[in-house]
Design a protein around this ligand. Structure first.
Ligand SMILES: Cc1cc2nc3c(=O)[nH]c(=O)nc-3n(C[C@H](O)[C@H](O)[C@H](O)COP(=O)(O)OP(=O)(O)OC[C@H]3O[C@@H](n4cnc5c(N)ncnc54)[C@H](O)[C@@H]3O)c2cc1C
Length: 538
């Protein structure tokens, strides 16, 4: 039976040793920045709790804290502005997988999670690209990845959470047990009942959304904490769904003449894969992700040849490149793939996902322009993924160089926006117009299988950063009108442009509703103050 009420419990006391507390400047220095590289991070201390009692003692003593995982945030959400830094890195007990779940502490990284699951022949598929991220971090940002098209976002995989509230009491949440009723939840604590109002704004109907608090009329309480970016509670334990096998994934790197052709092929692969999942046909094509890199990305890769970790050649095209990940029949080898490519167009070809893929590519005259890599060719598949990752790395290098040589106020200026798939081309044109009409250089890549793009500015002057932010805001307004979300997977953090996009999405009334949730659960504004929105509307 579900209810809208839940009782909190006191923290477990497993040891009375004091929490590790670091104030030394040289050790603190390594924690004053996240992957957004905003300058000016400062904190009086970083603490490393190892259990609930130590964590609660920090919350009781400090006036403000910022929880951090691996600080791979791209939004400044893990950059301190004077709070005590609460590192979850020592809460890193991994747990043993059961057939369908694994329970881990928040400081466990995705690399560790993968190793544990691989050893048990299992997998957690919806991972974001950066494997150094922690489980606490991905839950708190509702991170998503390339494979959202098949596997959804982190939210879809969280079965249970333990969360410590700002008051130091603990909620053990299991999906399906606490649902909002009459627009609220009630949390009974030792000092009284907290009434938490449920926001009434409508979230955009797209597969990825990391834009403030989740809201639905009868929502599950667990969903309020997922994606709340550390502002409502500290995640201390996570139970994730897992799958009982490791899918065999092949890769197709497809060079295309233009973006229209890219959208056509992505659309076709998407439709076929949706059909396969519906019919559960064994030989059906099952694409889990399609990545998109535009012409400027390919130029950056060529220019940065010496920096690249991968020696996979950048395809010779003046157009764009798609990188599709395809789930293949278990045990498919590269040798088999090459045999099937050779006979794909003949009547004797077996009915397999690869043959179906080759026929689609052949019909569009793209087979010659495609590189296929089998699941057993680890070196080449890793190289292909590294080629894709070399794009953001090249942009980060560009921004770093501009900061060092042109103006030290230059910062990474990038969008993270998703639209319903039929509006993909419109969104691409929107980004191009917004950047080029302001005379800006930029590169666009992203997850075309979800119509989700990351347009990134290539700045050459500080003024261009301001123009880039203006372009992103203008695009965000249009993306919202298209039914999309201008904050798809990286969250909002402390980035002023992203906070402005959140206000555009839910208007001031929506922000006021989020503030009401925050005030109910954290009345003194102790947890991650200024992340998502300003606390008092100033
Ligand atoms: C190279 C690179 C690639 C990336 N690719 C992707 C991608 O594909 N998809 C994607 O979604 N993101 C991506 N990101 C962004 C980033 O990795 C994710 O946002 C990730 O979820 C952050 O995890 P973290 O452990 O580093 O958390 P942090 O950056 O330390 O923290 C992120 C936020 O979560 C809060 N937080 C952290 N731990 C807890 C906790 N235990 N309890 C409460 N709050 C907590 C923090 O206060 C902060 O607001 C990428 C980043 C990089 C650098």
């Amino acid at each position: 039976m579900t209810t809208h009420r839940i009782r909190s419990r006191p923290p477990q006391v497993t040891t009375l040793t004091p929490v590790e507390f670091v104030t030394a400047t040289e050790r603190l220095a390594g924690f004053l920045n996240d992957a957004a590289h905003y300058p000016g991070g400062h904190a009086p201390a970083v603490v490393f709790p190892r259990n609930e009692a130590q964590l609660a003692s920090v919350l009781w003593d400090a006036s403000s804290v910022l929880p951090i995982g691996a600080q791979s945030s791209l939004t400044g959400g893990a950059t301190p502005r004077g709070e005590v830094l609460l590192s979850l890195s020592k809460l890193s007990v991994p747990g043993e997988p059961t057939p369908n779940h694994i329970t881990v502490q928040p400081g466990v990284t995705l690399t560790t999670l993968r190793h544990i699951l691989e050893a048990a022949g299992k997998a957690y598929p919806p991972v974001p690209t950066f494997e150094g991220a922690t489980v606490g971090g991905i839950v708190s940002t509702n991170a998503a990845g390339a494979a959202t098209f098949k596997y959804g976002t982190t939210r879809d995989w969280v079965r249970a959470l333990t969360v410590m509230l700002a008051c130091g009491e603990v909620l053990d949440l299991e999906r399906g047990q606490v649902h909002a009723a009459n627009g609220r939840f009630e949390i009974e604590t030792s000092i009284g009942t907290i009434k938490v109002p449920v926001p009434t704004y409508r979230m955009p109907g797209v597969p990825k959304c990391s834009a403030g608090y989740h809201a639905e009329p009868e929502m599950d309480l667990i969903d309020l904490f997922i994606g709340s970016e550390g502002t409502l509670g500290i995640v201390t334990s996570v139970t994730l769904d897992i799958i009982g096998h490791r899918p065999d994934i092949g890769y197709a790197l497809i060079a295309l003449d233009n973006e229209t052709q890219a959208v056509e092929i992505a659309s076709c692969l998407r439709d076929m894969s949706i059909q396969t999942r519906r019919t559960k046909e064994r030989a059906g094509l099952d694409v889990i992700a399609i990545e998109f890199m535009d012409r400027r990305c390919l130029e950056l890769l060529r220019e940065g040849e010496t920096h690249r970790r991968t020696k996979f050649a950048v395809p010779e095209t003046k157009g764009v490149v798609l990188l599709a990940q395809v789930e293949l029949l278990s045990g498919t080898t590269t040798e088999q793939i090459y045999e099937e490519i050779g006979i794909a167009s003949s009547a004797v070809a077996p009915d397999t996902p690869i043959v179906r893929l080759c026929r689609v590519l052949g019909d569009k005259g793209l087979l010659e322009a495609t590189e296929l890599v089998g699941p057993d060719d680890h070196l080449r598949s890793e190289s292909l993924l590294a080629l894709r990752e070399a794009v953001p790395e090249a942009v980060n290098r560009w921004v770093g160089l501009a900061r060092r040589t042109v103006d030290d106020t230059i910062e990474k200026t990038a969008a993270d926006m998703i639209v319903p798939f039929p509006r993909f081309m419109e969104s691409l044109n929107l980004f191009r117009d917004a950047f080029s009409s302001r005379g800006l250089d930029y590169a666009i890549w992203g997850h075309i299988s979800d119509a989700h793009l990351h347009p990134n500015l290539l700045p050459q002057a500080a003024e261009e950063v301001r123009l880039g932010q203006e372009a992103i805001l203008a695009c965000g307004r249009e993306i919202i009108r298209m039914g999309g979300c201008p904050l798809a997977e990286h969250g909002v953090g402390r980035n002023p442009t992203k906070q402005a996009l959140l206000r555009e999405l839910y208007r001031e009334t929506g922000i006021a509703q989020m503030r009401a949730v925050k005030n109910a659960l954290d009345p003194t504004g102790k947890l991650a103050p200024g992340v998502l929105f300003k606390l008092h509307g100033e």
